[in-house]
Structure formats: structure tokens, C-alpha cells
Design a protein around this ligand. Structure first.
Ligand code: NAP
Length: 286
């Protein structure tokens, strides 16, 4: 059984980004610039934003954070978004989700200029992704999952893939990416959700399981075929510890490869954001 080591891959990807940024700087050009907008004081969101900023700076990407009060109005946030859309020094930005309840998430995402939407959540980017357009920003977590398949040379062509969870940020985009006519991709995908009646049967028949549910120990060993590949996206905080969606110990004994939590997909979600920021910078220069 192989551990799919997110820490190792993230270090490799960061080194590649850093050498590209070093080259850009050596040519006397400005560094790529990533902005994060954080509204309110949700501790998990604060941790994510800090971590994103730290990783960006480590590879030479300039990072700025706008911290706004939880009472920020929709109009105030849209005004900031418009100013970031206009600001030529900003290559990409993210609005950290979830937003306080009084803000309309869809309207906020739709206000982001698609060419600066490095989270890849804007409907234009989702549409470009579905069309297979190379300029699309692919959402960070699905992009990270593709990197795992690529860099561990796990072929997905012709495989049966079960994706559990259909959110717009993970399950739905990765199900589309896995069924595209490319490698990674070319898989036969079943997208499972809370209304699915046959989750266990589909999983047992799958070569690859991608779990993005948000429930600790959801995927148990009796749901997994011998030799399957398991990608665990879940991040569940229980008693101060972080767990995935997969019963790691028992499933690991049965599968051929598995991502740990922590130390798996989460780290690649951050590097994907950095890759998208560099891509945005380069698209602007071309
Ligand atoms: P989400 O928006 O809450 O979606 C959860 C999905 O799971 C929904 O589609 C839901 O179905 C489905 N589901 C719930 N109970 C189910 C059941 N009993 N059987 C089958 N499907 C079920 O979650 P998300 O944003 O995609 O996140 C999922 C997990 O990944 C969370 O733990 C989150 O923290 C983590 N995450 C990690 C990263 C990372 O970087 N590693 C990034 C993003 C998210 P319905 O649609 O029918 O409700």
C-alpha cells in the first residue's frame, strides 16, 4: 500500500513555482501578486488565509490580505471586489468562504473578474473547465487531486471512479474532470450524494474513490474493493484533531494507495492556488 504524500508533492510543486518566480524576478519584472479577502473572524478561515499567505511568500509570490469586519455589507464587499478587478498589480484573488450568512455567496463570486478568479469558482471558469479550455482556472482542490494522479503516475483511463459529495468546489468539478477526454480523466464516473441509495455498492465496484463529504469515518473498509485508490478530501475537526472522511487505518489495509489526512489533498489545495496565481500572471504577460 502506498501513501500518497501531499507534503512531498507540495514541496516539489512549490520548488517548481519558486524557480519560475525567481526567473521572473531576475528579469527585473514584478512578482505575481495574490490577494485574500477575509470577512469575519471564523478561526478555520483565519488559519487557511494565513497559511495561503505564508506559502505564497515562501515561493516569492507577493501576498496581501484584506481583513474585513463580520458586519461588512454586500455593497461594501462588492466595492472592494470591483477595486481588485481594476487593480493591475493584482493577478489573482480569493474571497475566503464560507461568508457570513447575510452575504450572498453566488453574487459575490459572480462579481469577481473571471481572469482573476484563482479559486476557479466563477461560473465562467466552471464553464471553460467543462469545455476543456486550457485558460480555465480549475478549482484548487480538484486541481490538487489531478496533480496526485499525475505525479504518482496513477492512470485513470478506463477506471471506474466513485466521487462522494457533489459540492461546487470539490465533488462536481472533480467528477467532470475525471470524465474528460484526457489523462488524468477518461474514467467512468459515478457522482454520489446524500440522496443516493447505493453508495456502498457503487464504491465496492470502483477502482478509485474520491471522498468529499465532511463526515469522519464515512468510507469504511467494507465499502472498498481490494487494491482501490482512495483520495480523502474531508477535513473534520473532532476534539482538536483533524480527520478525513475515510476510516484510514482499516481502509489502508485494503487499498493500493491512499491520501492521509492531514498531509494529503489539503496541502495541494494551497499549491494549486499558487499555480493558478502564477498562471494568471503569465496569461497577463502573454
Ligand atoms: P459540502 O458542500 O458540505 O458537500 C458535502 C457533500 O456530501 C454533499 O454533496 C452531500 O450531498 C454529500 N453527502 C452528505 N452526506 C452524505 C451521505 N450520507 N451519502 C452521500 N453523500 C453525502 O462539502 P465540501 O465543501 O465539498 O467539503 C467536503 C469535505 O471536504 C469537508 O470535510 C471539507 O472540509 C473538506 N474540504 C477539504 C478541502 C481540502 O483542501 N482538503 C477543500 C474543500 C473541502 P447533498 O448534495 O445531497 O447534500
Amino acid at each position: 500500500m502506498q501513501i500518497l504524500d501531499g507534503k512531498f508533492l507540495a514541496a516539489q510543486i512549490k520548488a517548481e513555482i519558486k524557480s519560475e518566480v525567481d526567473l521572473i524576478l531576475s528579469e527585473g519584472k514584478r512578482a505575481p501578486h495574490l490577494v485574500a479577502v477575509l470577512i469575519g473572524s471564523d478561526p478555520a478561515s483565519q488559519t487557511y488565509v494565513k497559511s495561503k499567505a505564508k506559502h505564497a511568500e515562501a515561493v516569492g509570490i507577493r501576498s496581501s490580505v484584506y481583513e474585513l469586519d463580520a458586519s461588512t455589507t454586500q455593497a461594501q464587499l462588492i466595492e472592494l471586489i470591483w477595486s481588485l478587478n481594476q487593480d493591475d498589480s493584482v493577478d489573482g484573488y480569493i474571497v475566503q468562504l464560507p461568508l457570513p450568512k447575510h452575504l450572498d455567496e453566488s453574487k459575490i463570486i459572480e462579481a469577481i473578474a473571471p481572469h482573476k478568479d484563482v479559486d476557479g469558482f466563477h461560473p465562467v471558469n466552471l464553464g471553460l473547465m467543462v469545455a476543456g479550455n486550457q485558460n480555465a482556472f480549475i478549482p484548487a482542490t480538484p486541481f490538487g487531486i489531478l496533480e496526485i494522479f499525475r505525479r504518482y503516475s496513477i492512470s485513470t483511463t478506463g477506471k471506474k471512479v466513485a466521487v462522494i459529495g457533489r459540492s461546487l468546489i470539490v465533488g462536481t468539478p472533480i467528477s467532470i474532470l475525471m470524465s474528460r477526454n484526457t489523462e488524468p480523466g477518461n474514467a467512468t464516473v459515478t457522482l454520489l450524494h446524500s440522496k443516493s441509495n447505493h453508495v456502498k455498492e457503487v464504491c465496492l465496484d470502483s477502482d478509485i474513490i474520491i471522498a468529499a463529504i465532511g463526515k469522519k469515518d464515512f468510507v469504511t473498509a467494507d465499502m472498498v474493493k481490494e487494491g482501490a485508490v482512495i483520495i480523502d478530501v474531508g477535513i473534520n475537526r473532532v476534539d482538536g484533531k483533524i480527520y478525513g472522511d475515510v476510516d484510514f487505518e482499516n481502509v489502508a489495509a485494503k487499498c493500493s494507495a491512499i491520501t492521509p489526512v492531514p498531509g494529503g489533498v489539503g496541502l495541494l489545495t494551497i499549491t494549486s492556488l499558487l499555480q493558478n496565481t502564477l498562471k494568471s500572471y503569465k496569461l497577463k504577460q502573454s
